[in-house]
Write a protein that binds this ligand. Sequence first.
Ligand SMILES: [Zn+2]
Length: 238
Amino acid sequence: MTFTSLASSSAGNAYLVEDGESRLLIECGLPFRRLRKLLGFDVTGLRGCLITHEHKDHARSFLELIRSGVPVWASEGTAEALESELPEILPVREDGDYLPFRVGTFSVLPFRTWHDAKEPVGYLVRGTDGDKLAFATDTVNLEYRFPGAGILAVECNYAADILVRSTRLPEKVRERITNSHMEISTLCGYLQGLDLSACRELWLLHLSDACSDEGRFIRAVRGCVPGHVAVRACPKGG
Ligand SMILES: [Zn+2]
């Protein structure tokens, strides 16, 4: 299974997952024309698109994708917030836990995240090759551990000390970042508690324009994961 970041910033997010048989998009937060271009004008080859929440930088092109024949999956709360009945709704059990479902050759299990959105989720995606990707963006923290995942793609949005110095940002914006995004030391603390023996790639998603430092974040994360894990920041792209 391969994971490719097409764009990863508050200007727009889109990620491509391929297992040799199916192509799956995670997020469609770019203008559709740009998204099509980044996908090599092969939108119809997608087996589906998973979106994590309703914010435009994650969901902007969902209607165009659906109109192009690509099924888009979202939680019930996300579909409500998008004011659309068109997305496929993530299946849930009676107790409210999400159920796994298939998209092309992928098996997908949603999980809850913490963000200022109606019903935000992350996704654990398993390909035909048995390889697993855990994808979690726009979340203050994580409680799931994803044993056996070969690829982890996790938000690494800001550093508290850079945020404090970012006095050009309005107070409300700074508050929102703190209450809805992952701080670098939170991520490091989370990673230190994981069994990463199966992990080969760790992607840092959604670095803040104003409050992140890519080189520093990569060094910090490398310092708290085993040496065999390749740590990379997703290019902002788009
Ligand atoms: Zn968001």
